[in-house]
Design a protein around this ligand. Structure first.
Ligand SMILES: [Zn+2]
Length: 96
């Protein structure tokens, strides 16, 4: 049995959605940084993965109050894309 932070799943999803329309570095390092910044601003919501029903319920109720999540994710994107933690020329050949 493992614990999963529902908020992490939701931030992952939001980040992927919002990055589609962003013209910024999307390497795995920047994405990890954005995710960390966003998650640090949001409350953790842990559920046990053995309880799939609770997970689904919680995920949809958290998603409905998604205003804070949008704000946290978009400010994380802004923060990292304006100041990536790596040299710009490394962006293409780092991870992936
Ligand atoms: Zn990057």
């Amino acid at each position: 049995m493992a614990l999963v932070n529902v908020m992490e799943e939701i931030v992952d999803e939001k980040l992927a959605q919002m990055l589609e329309s962003e013209n910024c570095c999307k390497c795995s390092r920047c994405i990890e940084d954005m995710k960390a910044i966003a998650l640090n601003k949001l409350p953790a919501k842990y559920v046990s993965t053995s309880n799939g029903e609770l997970f689904t319920k919680l995920a949809s109720s958290v998603r409905q109050s998604s205003v804070d999540i949008n704000v946290a994710v978009s400010s994380a994107i802004e923060c990292v894309s304006s100041r990536p933690l790596h040299e710009p020329r490394d962006a293409g050949n780092m991870d992936d």
